[in-house]
Design a protein around this ligand. Structure first.
Ligand code: UD1
Ligand code: CA
Length: 462
């Protein structure tokens, strides 16, 4: 029987103290609501509807294309939200299973959801409960003398005895569509908060003679995010799980507790990631590479057997066997071909380094193409911006750019061309030529003695 999913995500999340809608906060490059959607993926839902409200436009924009949404203009309660989700599902068979979740529970596992939705013939509903040391604020799960779930009572509607119960409703249910439709329309808002409680369907099902199974989960797994510190705790757990998966795939993590890798990143086996490294977005690392310590890479590709340490990479491509760092900044459009090298305090932008080309120290290379095997000396700068427009620098193969050369673009240095150290080069350099631009060196003999004499005269005056 098909399973449909309704995710309630209309709430505001005031306690986050953030301009973002609560379910739009991200963990490991994926928003809260998308973690929930992801956890249902193994169930292969026929339809998924996300009920949006606060920040509706923003939340909608985060949803994958195959996920539908429905709008709850006023938050009249979880029962009201579930009804809106149900209406948006369209035609369902009464025997279909409907899984109802909240959009702020990113730690759910597919195992729990599979257990929950595995309704037996004739079974109409299951719900997830958990035990809490401090259950205040939660709906309590009330069981009868045989241990069957008989009702959920919201904290503010509990009797003194019910307040003592430590088993709480996690807010996750699997219900046969037909029974959900029949009970939901009987839910009213006659309670302490004046809300339509989804939880009231539990008492109504029991009144109708249905038996409900409570599936107990550990409290971490069903944790809802309401505050920034809960978001950080959830992020830590998801990072632990993600790093575990990388290690199972043969990636060496020197200190997994200090390694931050988005869910979307791919790393080849035998790569070693040192502490303090953040790999984000569509970043790829090839086999056998060594990344870190302290690398921050976003949407970048690192090939195999490369070494990258103490570096920032943004939309950069580092080829096989390249070396980057320590202390290099690779800005968007940087491409290092096989075996190229960028060393200490080198910044690049929109620049290609050909195979085996090197810039080892203290350079800025912007809007440049550097040919294979060329060497860029210490302190070389491509002067690519005249305050109005950006211009290109082209350097041929096997060129040698002397230390502290200013290459005032637009400019081309030919194959095997050289420049003298300290030159300000403003014109093209032919293949095989050396260009030097600096004034002749003068020498003043005996200058030290003249200086000493001036000092002595000054002291006599004082
Ligand atoms: C709910 C349960 C409670 C359970 C607790 C677990 C009810 C009545 N109570 O209480 O038994 O212990 O969750 O966390 O269901 N939402 C909407 N539209 C609304 C109201 C809520 O989309 O009109 C969404 C919220 O965005 C949120 C979720 O539903 O993600 C829970 O709503 P909330 O009002 O916080 O319910 P609780 O009081 O926490
Ligand atoms: Ca809540």
């Amino acid at each position: 029987m098909p399973t449909h999913v309704i995710i309630l995500a209309a709430g505001e999340g005031k306690r986050m103290k953030s301009d973002l809608p609560k379910v739009a906060h991200t963990l490991l490059g994926r928003s809260l609501v998308n973690w929930v959607i992801e956890s249902t993926r193994p169930l292969v839902p026929a339809t998924t509807v996300v009920v949006v409200g606060h920040g509706a436009e923003h939340v909608r924009s985060l949803l994958p294309n195959h996920i539908a949404d429905a709008h709850q203009a006023d938050q009249l309660g979880t029962g009201h939200a579930a009804q809106i989700g149900l209406d948006a599902l369209g035609a369902v068979d009464p025997d279909d299973t409907i899984l109802i979740l909240y959009g702020d529970t990113p730690l759910l596992t597919p195992e729990l959801l599979t257990d929950l939705t595995d309704l037996a013939d004739g079974e109409s509903a299951r719900l997830v409960s958990t035990r809490l040391d401090d259950p205040s604020g939660y709906g309590r799960v009330v069981r009868d003398e045989r241990g069957h779930v008989s009702a959920i009572v919201e904290h503010r509607d509990c009797t003194q005895d019910q307040l003592e119960l430590d088993e709480v409703n996690a807010g996750i249910y699997a219900v046969r569509a037909g029974r959900l439709i029949e009970t939901l329309e009987r839910v009213d808002n006659d309670n302490a908060q004046g809300e339509y409680y989804l939880t009231d369907i539990v008492g109504l099902l029991v009144d109708d003679g249905d038996r409900l199974t409570g599936v107990e989960a550990n409290s971490q797994e069903v944790m809802g995010i309401n505050t920034q510190d809960q978001l950080a705790a959830a992020r830590k757990e998801l990072q632990r799980r993600t790093n575990q998966r990388f290690m199972e795939d043969g990636v060496v993590l020197i200190d997994p507790d200090r390694t931050y890798i988005d869910e979307t990143v791919e790393i080849g086996p035998g790569a070693t990631i040192y502490p303090g490294t953040h790999l984000e977005g569509q970043t790829r690392v090839g086999e056998g590479s060594r990344v870190g310590p302290d690398v921050y890479a976003v949407d970048s590709t690192i090939g195999s057997n490369a070494i990258v340490w103490y570096a920032v990479l943004r939309e950069a491509v580092v080829g096989d066997g390249c070396e980057v760092g320590p202390y290099a900044s690779l800005r968007p459009g940087t491409v290092l071909e096989k075996g190229a090298k960028l060393g200490t305090f080198v910044e690049t932008k929109n620049t290609t380094m050909g195979e085996g080309a090197k810039a080892n120290h203290l350079s800025y290379l912007g809007d440049a193409v550097v040919g294979a095997r060329s060497n860029i000396g210490a302190g070389v700068i491509t002067v690519n911006y005249d305050g109005v427009k950006k211009s290109q620098t082209e350097i041929g193969e096997d060129a040698f750019i002397g230390s502290d050369t200013m290459l005032v673009a637009p400019l081309r240095v030919g194959d095997r061309g050289s420049t003298g150290a300290g030159s300000v080069i403003t014109k093209d350099v032919s293949d095989d030529a050396l260009a030097i631009e600096r004034s002749d060196q003068r020498e003043i003999p005996g200058y030290a003695q003249r200086r000493e004499a001036r000092k002595a005269a000054k002291t006599a005056e004082d």
